[in-house]
Design a protein around this ligand. Structure first.
Ligand code: FEO
Length: 387
């Protein structure tokens, strides 16, 4: 397993997880990477580790640069186990390594792995490796309380951990070597599914980075940014503005195609008004992809028929997921067909509001099968919306 040089004396020593298809419920069709970095100076520092099953891969890369037992510091930018899982083994293989982490990181690591004498750093603290310095920038709730960035001013190199990451396994380590369409799609999906709940914290981190000159941004997932740094910073700025374009997502599930007919009509009505719309049948589209669609859409219509006095479980799962992501700056409404009872559309409307979606209009319901006249009425309702 080869280490990949970023700059003289600085190496990528992470691991590729080609087969990962779910990252706590978010689909990862292109797999994932767990990036760790080794800096060889008068002192040697390892920046983050990898998910526990990949510790062997990481150490095989490290061993080609330096004996693990010679490592002086382990910088833990984030407690989540995809980056800290190999720390227990690392501390066995790196007996003199001192673990440097944020104040919350020390608490989190102790909760996961026991108290191993973690050294907590605060904003502005730094560590000299000899010729290079590491400066620490806490970024709490981007996306856990413990997150921090590590910046090396002499190399103009930022180790950004989860920020600016992408779940993608590929043979290329740098943005200008990799297919940028795929990289940006995965960066957007990562933001939507991991970072979206924290726009204020994202803005704070972007402000903190304004004063830092960066030749490289090395995240803990995906490719390293060197040719498209401005593009990813601009994307994070735009996404965290929560002012998406006038586009619509129409997400639904259906039992006997009645709610589906309504969904098709709603999507078509949006398109006829000049609002691009995506039709997302929950039998075909995963909720993490719909969250990604919502990154670029101001409007969200969610439909469910009523089954045993409830919305369909697929719709409930989507709405529960969106409530956690708490998208801001979006407007939406509920719709659905029903035979009797007809509770689902009201439940969907309540869940949309609970997710922070501004309600555009009263829920739209149709009994049994919508005919041409009822679909025309539905279209008039969409035509009457203030978009
Ligand atoms: Fe990549 Fe929050 O862990």
């Amino acid at each position: 397993m080869n280490p990949i040089p970023l700059k003289p004396g600085i190496y990528w020593v992470g691991a590729l997880d080609w087969a990962l298809r779910s990252f706590h419920g978010y689909t990862t069709g292109r797999g994932a990477t767990y990036n760790a970095y080794l800096i060889v100076d008068e002192k040697i520092a390892l920046i983050d580790t990898v998910k526990a099953p990949f510790a062997g891969e990481m150490f095989s890369r490290i061993a080609r640069v330096a004996p693990p037992e010679s490592i002086d510091y382990l910088i833990s930018n984030h407690v989540e186990m995809d980056h800290s899982g190999a720390i227990p083994l690392a501390l066995e293989r790196m007996p003199k390594a001192r673990v440097i982490t944020s104040v919350q990181g020390a608490k989190g690591l102790a909760a996961h792995y026991g108290d191993r004498g973690y050294h907590a750093v605060k904003a502005g603290d730094s560590l000299s490796l000899g010729g290079r310095t590491l400066r620490f920038v806490p970024t709490p709730m981007l996306h856990w309380p413990d997150n921090m960035l590590t910046y090396c001013p002499e190399e103009r190199l930022l180790f950004s951990n989860d920020a600016f990451g992408q779940h993608i396994a590929c043979g290329q380590r740098f943005d200008d070597e990799a297919p940028m369409d795929a990289v940006m799609q995965e960066a957007a999906k990562y933001y939507a599914n991991i970072v979206m709940p924290f726009p204020a914290q994202t803005k704070a981190a972007l402000r903190a980075l304004e004063g830092l000159e960066c030749d490289l941004i090395a995240p803990s997932h995906g490719v390293i940014w060197r040719a498209h740094i401005a593009q990813i910073l601009q994307a994070y700025g735009r996404w965290s503005d929560n002012d998406p374009p006038k586009a619509a997502v129409v997400a639904f599930d259906s039992m006997w195609h009645s709610t589906e007919r309504m969904a098709v009509e709603i999507a078509d009505a949006f398109i006829a008004r000049g609002v691009p719309a995506k039709l997302r049948d929950l039998k075909a589209y995963h909720m993490s992809d719909i969250a990604t669609d919502l990154l670029e859409a101001k409007y969200l219509a969610v439909g469910s028929p009523t089954l045993n006095n409830n919305m369909l479980p697929t719709v409930a799962a989507l709405l529960t997921y969106l409530r956690g992501l708490a998208p801001k700056g979006r407007k939406g409404f509920a719709f659905g067909s029903y035979g009797w009872g007809g509770q689902a559309a009201g439940q969907v409307q309540e869940m949309l509001a609970a997710a922070g979606i501004d309600i555009l209009c009263e829920k739209i319901r149709h009994p049994y099968v919508p005919d041409a006249a009822s679909l025309a009425g539905l279209r008039r309702q969409i035509d009457g919306l203030s978009l």
